[in-house]
Structures are given as C-alpha cells and as structure tokens.
Design a protein around this ligand. Structure first.
Ligand code: ZN
Length: 68
C-alpha cells in the first residue's frame, strides 16, 4: 500500500543553540555563570570585578588566581 515516509528536517538548522553555552568539542563552556543559590537557569550579572545575582543578591567577586 501507500508508504508514509517521514520527512526529516532539512540540514543546516542547528544554528539555534543557546547562547549561554559555547560547545568546544567535548567541553561545554559556560558563557555566563549560574547563581549557586538560585540554581541553574538564573544567571549572574557580570560586572567589572564581580558577578551578582539580581534575584537573591548573591555576589561573587572575581578572584584573580596567579595570572600576572
Ligand atoms: Zn541568586
């Protein structure tokens, strides 16, 4: 009888990834840090020397570790 073939989506539609992640090979680099209190989904606002959560007020200062 009639064969119903499922049409696959055309290639080249993988451009809509989340901007918050940068996938480099096997690694996933987070573009923005999450709030440890609010959990994943709540991003920290980035400032010059610190990041802060606009939801709970958590603030994390950027610690310069060794590099120059
Ligand atoms: Zn928070």
């Amino acid at each position: 009888m009639a064969e119903a073939k499922k049409e696959k989506p055309a290639k080249g539609t993988l451009g809509l990834k989340r901007r918050f992640y940068i996938v480099e090979g096997d690694r996933i680099r987070r573009e923005k840090p999450f709030c440890p209190k609010c959990g994943p989904g709540v991003f920290l606002a980035k400032h010059s020397d610190r990041v802060s959560c606009g939801r709970c007020g958590y603030t994390e200062f950027a610690s310069k570790q060794g590099k120059s």
